[in-house]
Ligand binder design. Sequence first.
Ligand SMILES: O=C(O)C(=O)C[C@]1(C(=O)O)C=C[C@@H](O)C=C1
Length: 260
Amino acid sequence: MANVNCNPNSASDTLTLDGIRDSLIRQEDSIVFSLIERARFPLNGKMYLHNHASIPGFSGSLVEFIVRETEAVQAKAGRYENPEENPFFPENLPRPLAHPHKYPKVLHPSGASINMNKAIWDFYFKKFLPLLVADGDDGNYAATAASDLACLQALSRRIHCGKYVAEVKFRDAPNEYEGPIRSQERDTLMKLLTFEAVEEQVKKRVEKKAMVFGQEVTLNNTSGGGKYKIDPSLASRLYDNWVMPLTKEVEVEYLLRRLE
Ligand SMILES: O=C(O)C(=O)C[C@]1(C(=O)O)C=C[C@@H](O)C=C1
């Protein structure tokens, strides 16, 4: 079974760039499926309006309400004890009530302070979502918000795996990275960690996954006539414009702190 985790399952599992890339490839499936699920609903724009839902004792949009409440429940169950998981609303999260699982510590401790979720929230709602879904309002707000959260969590998990990618790149070539880390040269670090050929493959594969997962499956061999549940080129654009640039930003931020 392909590994969905960037964090190794046990302290003895070695961290390798190939292993982490395999996990990123597996996570593409989760991301593409979550987009297909969200695209079942129209925009349902009222969900995103501040205070439109008039929830007693709560100030914010309905989607914010659902994300905050869901994160609180998941925090109690220990979700954010996993160093791969980052909450969208980290303030005042309840402590875990469930018996904690011991995750192997492979990251530098200062990596925990990196949380890119504000940028993820902003691009997802302001730029990406209007391209993904049809205009309109079908009133299915709670189900729609739950599917937004599934997209956000899958994207956040993938983008924050940049911490593991950066850690393994540093361990594989400390001599190359130490100089630019000491002089805090962002641009040099960005160049060192970029592999354009890999990025091209990622974009092509994600587009293909959107075609394969988003086609109509029938029992006779007639295809859906080239109709897909989401536009395959949009999946590739999502990675090109936001997912990979933010993953690289996580990698740079991590490396800048790596020798603290
Ligand atoms: O695979 C890597 O080396 C990564 O750093 C991940 C990733 C990506 O986000 O997919 C980001 C930067 C590289 O240029 C290639 C791919």
